[in-house]
Write a protein that binds this ligand. Structure first.
Ligand code: FE
Length: 291
């Protein structure tokens, strides 16, 4: 008997949250949800037409033990770090940053006419990679393949594979798939997922249902965590359905989390804090910079 399709295990409406130096965003999941989304730690969605909601940005702060994935839909984010990496990502662009042993960086939205919108996802690192050499991947919208399915669904492949097309982000320890899916009104669409991997979707625009769901349509802004199964089947509502589908290999390791630092135990957090105090936080001064 083949595995069934994945059905929704839990729904997350998103919680209004003030983050950074005063950025208004919606937090889909975070610290309280550990280990439900393992290997994913956090998903934030920022989105506003009012610069006062985002201009304060995320000034200088450290990270250790995680990867942060910033996906901009509208507007621009400038980033820089103490190691000399800097850049600006705009609509459709992704920054996939491995903090490894430690970086201190800032992420500052730029004033935009109209909508400023995007996501930040935190991906956990396995214990043996937490003190690895930091790495930046700055990817522009043209770097990502977009595949159109027989049903007319458009799939942008950020990481992983769909329909034979591979995303440009490879070599990530938890083997993530990150897809931006747009399904036309009323259409069904099925995506295979790796059995045993964690899978969730975030509704970007419109609404739709997922197979095995009797709790009503999933609307823009909601995040749903799927149970086990061979794949995810959606059906778009009358306005179409755009969603992010993210999957990854769970780590099943202990999580010790303090702010922007996520390790495996408390003593590693204490060490990180002591190193910050002493100015010894940065272990690798020359990160690998990848285009
Ligand atoms: Fe950051």
């Amino acid at each position: 008997m083949s595995d069934p399709l994945r059905s929704i295990e839990k729904r997350f409406p998103g919680v209004p949250t003030l983050e950074g130096a005063g950025v208004r965003l919606r937090r889909s999941f975070s610290n309280p949800e550990v280990p439900l989304f393992d290997p994913f730690l956090l998903l934030d969605r920022f989105g506003s037409t009012n610069p006062a909601d985002y201009m304060a940005g995320f000034p200088w702060h450290p990270h250790r033990g995680i990867e942060t994935v910033t996906y901009v839909l509208d507007g621009r984010v400038a980033h820089g770090d103490t190691l000399g990496n800097e850049g600006v990502i705009g609509p459709g662009d992704v920054q996939w940053m491995n903090s490894g042993s430690g970086i201190i960086h800032q992420e500052m939205p730029q004033r935009t006419e109209g909508l400023f919108e995007g996501f930040q996802l935190w991906v956990n690192l396995p214990a043996k990679e937490k003190m690895s050499v930091p790495a930046y991947r700055g990817l522009t919208s043209q770097d990502f393949p977009t595949v159109t399915s027989d049903e007319g669904a458009r799939v942008k492949v950020v990481a992983g594979e769909f329909g034979g097309s591979h995303g440009p982000v490879e070599g990530i320890p938890v083997d993530p798939t990150y897809l931006d899916v747009t399904v036309p009104p009323g259409q069904p669409f099925e995506l295979p997922t790796h059995p045993g991997y964690t899978a969730f979707a975030h509704a970007v625009d419109g609404s739709g249902t997922f197979a095995g769901t009797d709790t009503g349509p999933v609307a823009a802004g909601e995040t749903v965590l799927f149970g086990p199964g061979r794949g995810v089947q959606s059906r778009a509502g009358p306005d179409g359905f755009r969603y992010l589908l993210v999957t990854g290999r769970p780590l099943h390791e202990p999580v010790a989390w303090y702010g922007p630092i996520v390790m495996n135990n408390r003593s590693e957090l204490v060490t990180a804090m002591q190193e910050l105090d002493r100015g010894e936080f940065i272990h690798h001064r020359r990160p690998i910079v990848e285009e």
